[in-house]
Design a binder for this molecule. Structure first.
Ligand SMILES: [Zn+2]
Ligand SMILES: [Zn+2]
Length: 259
């Protein structure tokens, strides 16, 4: 049984991942325009027709920009929490076919068992996802101000962990961003900083962990090399240099990793 993970790109200007199985694939977030999604998929040899459902983490534009048109063109459902669906419906930007879920309730899509769980973020009803198939587990949380006990429990012991590493604390503090924006990012419902992500490795990593994707890296208040260097040092200190580390960039997609 083969499972694949493709990061089409991640950051404040768009987030999208493809999780592949032999029964079809899941698109997780559609934060690029339909055109950009198709371009990125074609760049890494993904046939858009293989996408059987779209999972949405929350309503922010960097996660839903291409949702409506992509779902329409490929006739798939967008699966999201009730609160997210209500918000997008009011804004008249909801996809035609919608599957609403409640955090904590599992459902099946594209050959995966999907379990959404609520996360702390400044959106109406944001979630992360656990996707399992045949004992293989992928845990994903792209936007969260803090890893609370629920997120910790859900994300722990994943074969593939996809986790936010948004900003470097000093770079954010020293940036010329407006004070209210800094407060928002730093808050419990904001974004996860590099150190918080690394600290979480202690609770989240287990003997089965094979790959960690660090995502939603800020272009202004972070540095890909810094994230890579510190995470590698952390894994080395934990005696887990066997775990592959991927720092996902905004500008281009990454080749599919197969398991
Ligand atoms: Zn967000
Ligand atoms: Zn985001």
């Amino acid at each position: 049984m083969k499972i694949g993970v493709t990061a089409l790109g991640s950051g404040s200007r768009g987030n999208s991942f493809v999780i592949h199985s032999t029964e079809g694939s899941l698109l997780v977030d559609a934060g690029f325009s339909r055109r950009e999604l198709l371009k990125r998929m074609s760049g890494v040899n993904i046939e858009p027709k293989e996408i059987k459902a779209l999972l949405i983490t929350h309503e922010h534009t960097d996660h839903v920009a291409g949702m409506r048109l992509f779902c329409r063109d490929y006739d798939i459902s967008a699966c999201m929490s009730g609160g997210t669906a209500d918000y997008l419906r009011r804004r008249k930007t909801l996809a035609e076919k919608v599957v609403e879920f409640v955090g904590g309730t599992s459902f099946d899509a594209a050959g995966f068992r999907v379990t959404p769980f609520q996360v702390q973020h400044d959106a109406v009803d944001p979630v992360g996802f656990v996707m399992t198939r045949g004992g293989f587990k992928i845990g994903l949380a792209t936007d969260l101000g803090t890893i609370d006990l629920l997120a910790q429990t859900r994300l722990a012991d994943s074969d593939v962990l996809i986790l936010e590493s948004n900003y470097d604390l000093d770079m954010l503090r020293n940036s010329d961003r407006m004070l209210h924006l800094k407060r928002r990012i730093l808050g419990r419902n904001g974004h996860l900083d590099n150190q918080a992500a690394l600290d979480a490795f202690d609770q989240l990593i287990s003997p089965r962990t094979k790959v960690i994707y660090l995502v939603h890296v800020s272009s202004e208040c972070n540095d890909y090399n810094l994230v890579r260097k510190n995470a590698a040092a952390k894994l080395c200190a934990m005696g887990r240099s066997d775990i592959s580390l991927e720092v996902i960039e905004q500008s281009e997609p990454q080749e599919t990793a197969w398991f």
